[in-house]
Design a protein around this ligand. Sequence first.
Ligand code: SUG
Length: 427
Amino acid sequence: MIEVNFDGLVGPSHNYAGLSLGNIASATHAGMVSAPREAALQGLAKMRRMMALGLPQGLLLPHDRPDAAWLRRMGFAGDDMTVCRAAWAHEPGLLRNAFSASAMWTANAATVSPRPDSVDGRLHLSVANLASMPHRSIEAQQTTRQLRLLFAPMPRAMVHDPLPASFGDEGAANHMRLCADHGQEGLEIFVHGSGPSGGFPARQSATASQGLVRRHGLRHALLARQSDEAIAAGAFHNDVVAVANETVLFTHEQAFAERDALYAAIRQQLPQVEIIEVPAARVSLQEAIASYLFNSQLVTLSDGAMLLLLPGEAREVPAVMAWLEDLLATNGPIRRLEFMTLRESMRNGGGPACLRLRVALEERELPLLDQRFLLDEAKADALESLVTRHWPQHIAPEDIGNPDLWQQCWTARAALLDMLGFHAEEL
Ligand code: SUG
């Protein structure tokens, strides 16, 4: 079995509206001028790097923004332009939500349980409801359509509707899978919060996580609670303080509420697990969150060694670099480090791991998927030139009310769909 990463292509409306409570980067950079073209190119460079490392790469598409259909559901009437104009005049906050490019963080698109893990032997995907934030809750509908298209040709895949909105579910960002290798039955860990901490909401509910375990028919699953300190320090998703790959759990000491019990339960179910814990005395929670050390992609290369693909910001935190040096010296499973510039996404709290949805499947199943969502070098070249032609260079906060910008975003997406061979009605 192989693991495919589906990265969200950053949409043309990428901006800094500060919409995410609890996400310190989003709050800190609110009001700044964004660079959507640069953002999309940075994301594509990461996808290319993964391909160059020999890993299969897919992409998910930016959503229709500004989302006039959503504004219509909020009572605005008329054609798309009229609806957006009225929303901007009367409820600018709603227009800002309808304009967000947050679908780029596809770790929040769905929770994925590969075939070896489920009793019925199917690949289960549950679209996240992202119910805790208005701008993110808009995503579920279009994400469902994309994932259904992508997996429709694969007989043993099932894309479930989002869970009821009463129970917040943020997708793979709060989910980790440990296994001997991708093809073996895994132990799936679902991480939730327990109510607001430090004034910040816990976005994943335990009830939602339980629902996913039942729905996906998992034989080996654990529920774990995020520590209140982690949420209060700005770990709005668990993937900001922990990441897993095959036998490795790479985590901050303060990520989980009942850490010893969790580690013991993991060791009982997967004795060969290697828990690489970063002590708070070496890297504080604040340093972990500022550097996004744990929001790295941890991947297995063809020679079996693991590579940690980190955001460039990690380099700026001396405690993190010192710890990483020691990690390499141990000669453990993580043998290589690489750093990518993803500054535009990072300023909204989205690191390398937020930008991708992992799907483990059999290599022979890959050709069954809708190939329009898979990337190769030629498509990456074409996407780069399309982005350079159509994506806005900059968006300042006051531009969000500019009808010319809305039109540019719709035109850019239409050109993208056309190039990839999609019809607007499919999505
Ligand atoms: O949900 N940021 C996203 C970042 C998501 C990161 N994903 C993972 N950790 N997997 C969020 O907070 C900012 C949008 C704004 O402020 O305009 C935003 O939605």
